[in-house]
Design a protein around this ligand. Structure first.
Ligand code: NAP
Length: 312
């Protein structure tokens, strides 16, 4: 085995990839996670995680670091590089093409997660970084006691709005429907702060700026059909995610663009597995990503035993 040959290569170092790395390395497989930035995935931008079983309330950053440390302790390598493409070779193995050259393995686990979706309204692009943000823990502190709009109706929007109530009591959540998609416990926690108001059945039509900063937002109230503009200092956008599947263009996706897997994390391609937010799962949590990772490591390990028995 050359130093570029592994048993299991994991693309992406979020909770799913790190858990997979831990289980795979602990099972004695030569394992590496290829990550382009820092490990931890989306946990690094989450203020607090209060629902990972057994841990109580911990910071997102600390849980990501703990996952990484445990994977490395068991012998999982972390390679910092950008993965451009995963290629299936004629012998059934994979070549992972990266900014650091090619790596090879009989089994590859895709753990590339999902990136935030844009709202897609006038002003959003121009005012990004000037009051338009996609990360409350990163940018919230710039808007202490300011008037903040949060867009979206899922867990991210409601949970991040809750975080922002620690910085300002002028938080408004705007959702395009009359009912939140977020879990009711998450919505209740926000309501209980008493610091948020809600614009349900509202579309954002534009984000407006003055002196290169967000100054107001124009809305359509869908229940009345009325358009109006209200002053805001910042707009935080949490309107869902786009699964990052570009590195495996040959794999089967579902109608929303997530990688199709069975309950063993197998994709449509033999030897290729997918875990966490990038796959078609009904519930996206740190705990479910970690569980996916453990399952993928176990099944990928069995797969390697199987092909080594028959091929080599
Ligand atoms: P999500 O669940 O897909 O919700 C996206 C929200 O944005 C939806 O309410 C959607 O409206 C709205 N939306 C989408 N496109 C829009 C547009 N163009 N304009 C206006 N609104 C738009 O995404 P998420 O909240 O980022 O969560 C992603 C996953 O992570 C979910 O599985 C979630 O449960 C999980 N998560 C869990 C926690 C937690 O458990 N504490 C925290 C964060 C995230 P509609 O409702 O009308 O579709």
């Amino acid at each position: 085995m050359s130093d570029r040959d592994y048993d299991i290569l994991i693309v992406g170092g979020g909770p799913g990839g790190l858990a997979c790395g831990q289980y795979s390395a602990r099972a004695g497989r030569k394992t590496a996670i290829i990550e382009e930035m820092a490990c931890g995935g989306q946990t690094v931008i989450i203020d607090e995680i209060e629902n990972y079983p057994g841990l109580g309330t911990v910071s997102g950053y600390s849980i990501g670091s703990a996952f990484e440390e445990q994977a490395v302790t068991f012998g999982c390598e972390i390679i910092y590089a950008t993965v451009d493409l995963v290629e299936k070779n004629e012998d059934g193995s994979f070549t992972v093409k990266t900014s650091d050259g090619d790596y090879h393995a009989p089994a590859v686990v895709i753990s590339t997660g999902a990136k935030h979706r844009n709202l897609g309204v006038p002003g959003e692009e121009e005012l990004r970084g000037h009051g338009v943000s996609y990360c409350a823990t990163c940018d919230g502190p710039f808007f202490k006691n300011k008037k903040i709009l949060v867009c979206g109706g899922g867990d991210s929007a409601v949970q991040e709005a809750n975080y922002l109530t620690k910085l300002s009591d002028k938080i408004t959540v705007c959702h395009r429907r009359d009912r939140f998609r977020a879990q009711s416990a998450v919505v209740k926690a926000l309501e209980d702060t008493g610091k948020a108001s809600f614009k349900m059945n509202h579309n954002v039509l534009s984000i407006n700026g003055k002196d290169n900063k967000v100054s107001s937002v124009t809305f359509l109230d869908k229940s009345t059909g009325k358009e109006y503009t209200e002053d805001f200092d910042a707009v935080f956008v949490f309107v869902g995610n786009i699964p990052q599947t570009q590195v495996v263009p040959f794999v089967e996706l579902d109608e929303n663009g997530y990688i199709k897997t069975d309950n063993c994390m197998r994709t449509s391609v033999k030897g290729l597995f997918a875990v966490g937010d990038v796959r078609n799962t009904p519930f996206r949590q740190v705990v479910t990503a970690a569980s996916d990772g453990a399952v993928a490591a176990h099944i990928a390990s069995e797969y390697i035993d199987e092909i080594r028995k028959t091929v080599y």
